[in-house]
Design a protein around this ligand. Structure first.
Ligand SMILES: C[S@@+](CC[C@H](N)C(=O)[O-])C[C@H]1O[C@@H](n2cnc3c(N)ncnc32)[C@H](O)[C@@H]1O
Length: 508
């Protein structure tokens, strides 16, 4: 449409572009036509430049129509009309393409329940913009004053003019430029996404939205007692990361956030996020020092297990560690307890059993099993806090001790869940040899460890701690148990994260 009469009214003003889009998804089911309508709204603010009448006429006389689908053309000469865009640039040009693509992905590729949806890099707002966190308007793309329309103009039209060299290369069927290093750039940016997630968790953002969402940014800021500009940017990045939903009514939690990021959820991973932020983040910042000077010089990043380093520290840190282990274990205990039929055993001892969460699952799954949780005294002392609200079965008992020094409780099944990978070989062999001595012939050893990379584990087990131990292949696990007197060693996958190994103690 021609905008001449409107131009003089917009000159130097701020204007909101508000677009509503409905996606109608149709499919036929048993001869019936099913339809699903997904609607969303996108609001973007355009600040128009203050132009002299002379310049305005230059633009009007250029015959360049503002002919976008209900919006403004900001390409070529149109670029000089716009001073600032706050929000999605494509929405101004007439269609909120970024939001539209996200909606399509949500409709046709819903997030896998166990993982966060990775949103295409282009649509993730630049986290660097957090540098300007004041409440004054600062974000958004700036098409710049150039009469050529700059970057914005090219994107709006999809009319990317090719450099002569590129055209030659295309014609010759050869492009000498290296492929765009998307994966590498994502890797370099990844820590920002983690920090955004940790910060949102720490601020209890997902709790606020769970109880009161959807909320506008300014209301979230008020509830968090935080700066409005910074809160809005945090909310937008969380939305781009698939943690929040943004509509014209405000922000609300996505299903994955409701399930895993609110504090009182049955499947909450908040404890793990808090621990990673408070402890693991610091450990990894010392990685360079640990690599250069060795583990002894820079405790924490290499060679010293997480728990060894911090269990000697404060009670709060021990609790934080236990909350992290507890929330992670909740995802895996059922798989570990049921990977093999353990009904032939009548007593089990979970060495390093922490809060007792696996013990509870074992007791639930095997009604005749008595389970002992054996862990360091400071951990056992705090384990009571994790039993609240649940009926503590009489078949579970908690025993304090050090598995390197103290007598191991008697049991016909010993369990080591996520223990071996944290220890260097000498400690690991010491522990296995102590278990082997305590275990009677016919008894069992059940080991659950992170699956190694080659088995398609969703993330590298090595990355988990960069600790002194190492992830092992199924064969390596088999040999390890055989070396310590266990036979009939069987290996199974336990969900996405772990591998479970079961061996039977041979007669000496
Ligand atoms: C990585 S956590 C694993 C916790 C639990 N097994 C799980 O799968 O979630 C290691 C556990 O081993 C315990 N631990 C570490 N050193 C120990 C020792 N020397 N004796 C007994 N327990 C120990 C820690 O307190 C912690 O609970």
């Amino acid at each position: 449409m021609w905008m001449d009469p409107m131009l003089s009214r917009l000159n130097g003003k701020e204007h909101s572009v508000f677009t509503g889009v409905a996606i109608v998804h149709c499919c036929s089911k048993d001869g019936r036509l099913d339809t699903e309508v997904s609607e969303f709204y996108e609001e973007t603010t355009v600040t128009f430049s203050e132009l002299s009448e002379e310049l305005l006429w230059e633009y009007i006389n250029s015959g360049e129509p503002m002919d976008k689908a209900g919006g403004y053309g900001i390409q070529a000469l149109g670029g000089m009309l716009v001073e600032n865009v706050h929000g999605d640039f494509l929405n101004v040009v007439g269609f909120p393409l970024n939001h539209f693509c996200k909606e399509l992905a949500r409709l046709y590729y819903p997030p896998r329940p166990e993982g966060l949806r990775r949103v295409k890099r282009d649509s993730i707002p630049a986290v660097d913009t957090f540098e300007n966190l004041s409440d004054t308007e600062g974000g958004g793309s700036d098409p710049g004053p150039s009469a050529e329309g700059g970057r914005g103009g090219e994107e709006a039209d999809g009319d990317r003019s090719q450099a002569p060299g590129a055209l030659d290369a295309a014609l010759n069927g050869a492009d000498s430029r290296p492929p765009f290093p998307t994966g590498l750039l994502e890797l370099m940016d990844g820590f920002k996404a983690s920090k955004v997630l940790f910060t949102a968790c720490k601020l209890k953002l997902f709790d606020v939205l769970k109880d009161q969402g959807p909320l506008k940014a300014v209301d979230v800021a008020r509830k968090l007692d935080a700066c409005a500009g910074g809160t809005e940017q945090l909310l937008d990045v969380c939305a781009a990361l698939g943690l929040l939903e943004k509509t014209h009514r405000g922000y609300s939690n996505t299903a994955v956030a409701t399930l895993h990021l609110v504090s009182d959820g049955e499947h909450s991973l908040l404890g793990l996020a808090e621990y990673n932020d408070a402890h693991v983040w610091g450990v990894f910042t010392r990685l360079g020092l640990a690599v250069r000077e060795g583990a002894g010089q820079a405790r924490g990043a290499l060679g010293v297990t997480e728990e060894e380093e911090h269990l000697s520290q404060s009670r709060e840190m021990t609790l934080q560690f236990m909350r992290a282990m507890h929330s992670l274990s909740k995802l895996t205990t059922h798989h570990v307890a049921t990977a093999f039929d353990l009904s032939r055993f009548t007593s089990a001892c979970d060495l390093g059993g922490c809060t007792g969460i696996l013990a509870r699952e074992l007791a639930r799954e095997y009604p005749h099993l008595q389970v002992t949780v054996f862990d360091l005294p400071e951990v056992i002392e705090l384990s009571g806090g994790f039993q609240r609200g649940r009926r503590q079965t009489e078949r579970i008992r908690f025993v304090p001790g050090d598995f390197f020094k103290d007598n191991l409780p008697e049991a016909d099944l010993y369990v080591l869940s996520r223990i071996l990978q944290d220890w260097p070989d000498d400690r690991l062999h010491k522990l296995l040899s102590r278990i082997s001595s305590s275990c009677k012939p016919g008894g069992g050893l059940l080991v659950a460890e992170a699956a190694a990379e080659e088995e398609g584990a969703s993330r590298s087990p090595r990355l988990r701690t960069l600790s002194a131990g190492q992830p092992r292949s199924p064969d390596e696990h088999r040999r390890l148990l055989q070396r310590h007197g266990f036979r009939d060693v069987r290996v199974a996958r336990a969900g996405d994260l772990l591998r479970v190994v079961l061996g039977t103690r041979a007669a000496p």
